[in-house]
Ligand binder design. Structure first.
Ligand code: UDP
Ligand code: MG
Length: 333
């Protein structure tokens, strides 16, 4: 089925960042699952600047299965979502599936996503039936899901699950985007015409550690919020208006009191309390404006979002693949 250089129907994209412990098992399960699928496929790994043996393992896997494997090697860590976009530019399949390298998304579930796309979906979102992560991550995700649902027009139930399917039309649209910070499932959703959601299994991370520290998670969620909504800004301008009106009423009240009761100096600490609270609110507002401004600054500088150091498997594949234009530059602006 998978004759050398067959144009793949299904492309599986896997970002890899320091996953040397997970890769051997991933290779075994992933390729077995894909072979069982009975469709021409390709696996496009993207090494996101790993500093362990991941790249060496990817090279070995490429040598083992060169006809169905590509490895996009990034010069340095660009983050999971940029890495996925870098890999998308090198996919050829009509269906593109993303998957984590740590086996938290079972490769055996890929068939379900393919079936959903066969039924006409161009975007297959997923809901982890029983998510296996630490408690604080699950609680934080629930909160962010709810916040995003309220403030954006992106309707995805489980934004954190990266086992997802995108039709070629959606991937082509993604490949035309040049945003410097983004969240792939949300961005893809904006291009989808027939989005569906299905349930998938989820597993604990049994080897290696999560690549997301609390700080990185917060930054990622700011990418999502700032990239797809200006609601936080509006929230602060509206609160500003309400607070200003309340203050005005308060000043009028104090002025009237001054005339009726005479001079008073009580309640200094209440005043401190109110002032500190408002300073806190103002600082949060300033910070949120900063999150937007910083991203605008990154965007206007137009530096490359990532740098591709090498692509294993491209030469032969690209030459035999006329249907998809390859990007002219290795770095996207
Ligand atoms: N990843 C990446 N670049 C990064 C961070 C993560 O390519 O900067 C990859 C990582 O190797 C894994 C996937 O993204 O394949 C998901 O990462 P992880 O499992 O650490 O995230 P979590 O499951 O904890 O959300
Ligand atoms: Mg994981």
């Amino acid at each position: 089925m998978n004759a050398p250089r067959a144009v793949p129907e299904v492309s599986v994209v896997i970002p890899v960042y320091n996953e040397e412990q997970a890769l051997p098992l991933l290779f075994a399960r992933l390729y077995a699952a894909l072979d069982a699928l009975g469709r021409p496929y390709e696996v496009v790994f993207v090494d996101d600047g790993s500093r362990d043996a991941s790249l060496a393992q990817l090279r070995r896997q490429f040598e083992r299965r060169p006809e169905v494997t590509r490895v996009v090697v990034l010069a340095r860590n660009a983050g999971q979502h940029m890495a996925i976009l870098a890999a998308f530019a090198h996919t050829r399949g009509s269906y593109v599936i993303t998957l984590d390298a740590d086996l938290q998304n079972p490769p055996e579930e890929i068939g379900k996503l393919v079936a959903a796309m066969d039924r006409g979906a161009d975007y297959v979102g997923t809901i982890r039936v029983r998510r296996r992560d630490v408690l604080w991550r699950k609680a934080a995700s629930r909160l962010m899901n709810r916040l995003r649902e309220r403030t954006t027009s992106i309707r995805i139930s489980d934004q954190g699950c990266m086992l997802r399917g995108y039709h070629r039309s959606v991937v082509d649209a993604l490949n035309r985007c040049t945003e410097a910070s983004t969240y792939v499932p949300a961005l893809a959703y904006t291009f989808a015409r027939h989005p569906v959601e299905i349930e998938v299994a989820h597993a604990e991370r049994t080897v290696g550690v999560s690549k997301y520290s609390l700080l990185r998670l917060i930054r990622l969620n700011f990418d999502l919020m700032t990239g797809f909504s200006v609601a936080p800004l509006q929230f602060f301008s509206m609160s500003g208006i309400v607070i200003a009106l309340l203050s005005l009423a308060f000043v009028v009240y104090l002025a009237v009191r001054r005339l009726i009761v005479g001079p008073e100096a009580e309640g200094v600490f209440t005043l401190f309390g109110i002032a500190f609270f408002l300073i806190g609110v103002a600082l949060i507002g300033l910070g949120i404006v900063g999150e937007y401004v910083g991203r605008i600054y990154e965007q206007v500088r137009q530096r490359p979002r990532y740098t591709v150091a090498a692509v294993l498997g491209e030469e032969s594949g690209a030459a035999s693949e006329p249907s998809r234009p390859q990007p002219e530059r290795e770095t996207l602006e």
